[in-house]
Ligand binder design. Structure first.
Ligand code: MG
Length: 171
């Protein structure tokens, strides 16, 4: 069970994820979280850097879908200007939304990476659905209410795994 909470990779931010290295791994699609992964949870719109990141992915024919547990309005307002498909109220870590999105993207499990800042939703969900998972450092420390609760559990899980030697990255 604990292994389902371990990401395949851990990076500082989405900007450490480049289309060239994804393509080298035969990756053709990204399923990404929104809040604290692409922008801070309380920032409504994509930053110029995020817009550029989406553009570069598109230029390399890497499809990106945003899946968020957040409400329709939040996800829609953020995603539509990027011209990228999105799923709101995704109920991660349940597998359902991940699987539906993969099907819609017309890609197999091995061709998709899942990116997110939370172990208990993004990493667990991505792993349960059988994808390669990349954990990013949350953009800001503060969170919405539900997330604060998840974070407490997450910190315990991570410190346990660190003790067990399952985690090698820096805090
Ligand atoms: Mg998040």
């Amino acid at each position: 069970m604990l292994n389902y909470l371990l990401p395949n990779e851990h990076v500082n931010s989405i900007f450490d994820i480049h289309p060239e290295s994804l393509k080298a791994k035969k990756i053709k699609g990204i399923i990404t979280d929104l809040d604290n992964t692409l922008v801070a949870w309380d920032v409504a719109d994509a930053t110029p850097e995020v817009i550029e990141w989406f553009k570069r992915m598109k230029e390399h024919n890497i499809k990106v879908t945003i899946i968020s547990n957040n409400k329709m309005e939040r996800v829609k307002i953020f995603s539509e200007p990027l011209d990228t498909p999105f799923v709101f109220s995704a109920r991660k870590p349940l597998r359902y939304a991940f699987k539906r999105v993969a099907k819609k993207m017309e890609l197999t499990k091995d061709e998709i990476v899942v990116i997110g800042d939370q172990v208990l939703t993004d990493v667990l969900g991505g792993n349960l659905a059988g994808f390669y998972t990349i954990l990013v450092v949350p953009i800001v420390e503060t969170d919405g209410k539900v997330t604060q609760f998840n974070r407490k559990i997450e910190r315990r899980v991570l410190s346990y795994m660190r003790k067990k030697g399952k985690i090698t990255w820096e805090e």
